[in-house]
Design a protein around this ligand. Structure first.
Ligand code: ZN
Length: 75
C-alpha cells in the first residue's frame, strides 16, 4: 500500500498517479489521482515561478506614456 502524498489515503484504492521529479527513474511520489496531484501542487505552491516560458502582452502603457511625453515636450 502506498499513501497519497496529499491526502494520505491508499492510492491503490483510487486511480493512482505517480510523479518522478528530476528523472524518469527518480523516487516516485504517489497521488490518488490527478485531483490530489493538482491540489498538492496548489497547496505547496510548486508551480509558482516555474513556468518555462511566459509571454505577457505588454506595450500598451509604455507606448501610451511615450506618446504623452512627446506631445508634452513639443508643446
Ligand atoms: Zn489523495
Amino acid at each position: 500500500m502506498t499513501d497519497c502524498t496529499y491526502c494520505g489515503c491508499a492510492v491503490e484504492a483510487h486511480d493512482p498517479v505517480y510523479v518522478a521529479e528530476g528523472a524518469p527513474d527518480a523516487a516516485q511520489t504517489a497521488f490518488c489521482n490527478y485531483g490530489c496531484l493538482a491540489a498538492h501542487v496548489e497547496a505547496a505552491g510548486l508551480a509558482v515561478g516555474t513556468t518555462c516560458e511566459v509571454e505577457l502582452p505588454d506595450g500598451d502603457s509604455p507606448a501610451t506614456r511615450d506618446d504623452g511625453d512627446r506631445s508634452e515636450s513639443q508643446d
